[in-house]
Design a protein around this ligand. Structure first.
Ligand code: MN3
Length: 215
C-alpha cells in the first residue's frame, strides 16, 4: 500500500489567532513531513511496505528491532488525527451521541475537559493527550513520545499534541495556555462525534451478531 502525505485540512492561517500560520507551516510541512519521509524510507523493501498505516503502527509496536519505524509511523498517524481534531470553527460542546456518552462517563463536558486538560498539562516531556473509547466506555489518557491508544486496542477520538513544537512559536513555554486555547477555540467536536458514532456503531453491530449466534 502506498502511504499518502495528507494536506492540512484547512488553510495555514485558518486557526489564527490561537495557532499561527507559522506554527502550522513548521508543524505540518517540516515535523509531520519528516515523520512521513522517514516512515516511507524505513518500510522500503520490508513486509511493512504491503501494510496500511494503522497496521504498520500496530505491528511495529511489538517489534523492538523496529522501534524507529514505530516512532515515525505512530507520529505520522497521530498527526493525521491531530489536524482533524482542530478546526477553524472549533470549541463549544460536542453534540449528539458523543455528548450523551460524555455525560454518562464523566458527568459533564466540563468535567471531561478538565481531566483532559490535566493530562495534557502534566504529561512530562513530549507526548499526547487523548479522548478514547474502549470496551463501551470513554476515557482520557496521555502517552509518551510517539505512543498512542491504537496499540492498546482503544479507538482515539481526539488527539492533542503537547510536544513543544506544537506550541512553542506561539506560546513559548506556556503549555497550559495552548491547551486552554485548544479546548476553548480549536477543538473540532464534530469530527470526534463522527468517529465516535462510527466506532460505537461497529461495536453495536458486533454485539448484535454475537447475540444472534448465542441464540
Ligand atoms: Mn507534533
Amino acid at each position: 500500500m502506498k502511504l499518502a502525505f495528507p494536506d492540512l485540512p484547512y488553510a495555514y492561517d485558518a486557526l489564527e489567532p490561537h495557532c499561527s500560520a507559522k506554527t502550522l507551516e513548521f508543524h505540518h510541512d517540516k515535523h509531520h513531513r519528516a515523520y512521513f519521509d522517514q516512515t516511507v524510507e524505513l518500510i522500503k523493501g520490508t513486509k511493512y511496505e504491503a501494510m496500511g498505516l494503522e497496521e504498520i503502527v500496530r505491528t511495529a509496536a511489538g517489534d523492538e528491532k523496529n522501534r524507529m519505524l514505530f516512532n515515525n509511523a505512530a507520529q505520522l498517524w497521530n498527526h493525521d488525527l491531530f489536524w482533524l481534531s482542530m478546526g477553524p470553527k472549533g470549541g463549544g460542546d460536542p453534540r449528539g451521541a458523543l455528548m450523551k456518552a460524555i455525560e454518562r462517563d464523566f458527568g459533564s463536558c466540563d468535567a471531561m475537559c478538565g481531566l483532559l486538560q490535566d493530562k495534557a498539562v502534566t504529561q512530562f516531556g513530549s507526548g499526547w493527550a487523548w479522548l478514547v473509547y474502549c470496551d463501551g466506555k470513554l476515557s482520557v489518557t496521555a502517552t509518551h513520545d510517539a505512543d498512542n491508544p491504537l496499540t492498546e486496542g482503544a479507538a482515539a477520538l481526539l488527539a492533542l499534541d503537547v510536544w513543544e513544537h506544537a506550541y512553542y512559536l506561539d506560546y513559548q513555554n506556556r503549555r497550559p495556555a495552548f491547551v486552554e486555547a485548544f479546548l476553548k477555540n480549536l477543538v473540532n467536536w464534530d469530527h470526534a462525534a463522527a468517529l465516535f458514532e462510527s466506532v460505537a456503531g461497529t461495536e453495536r453491530t458486533r454485539e448484535k451478531r454475537q447475540a444472534g449466534r448465542r441464540r
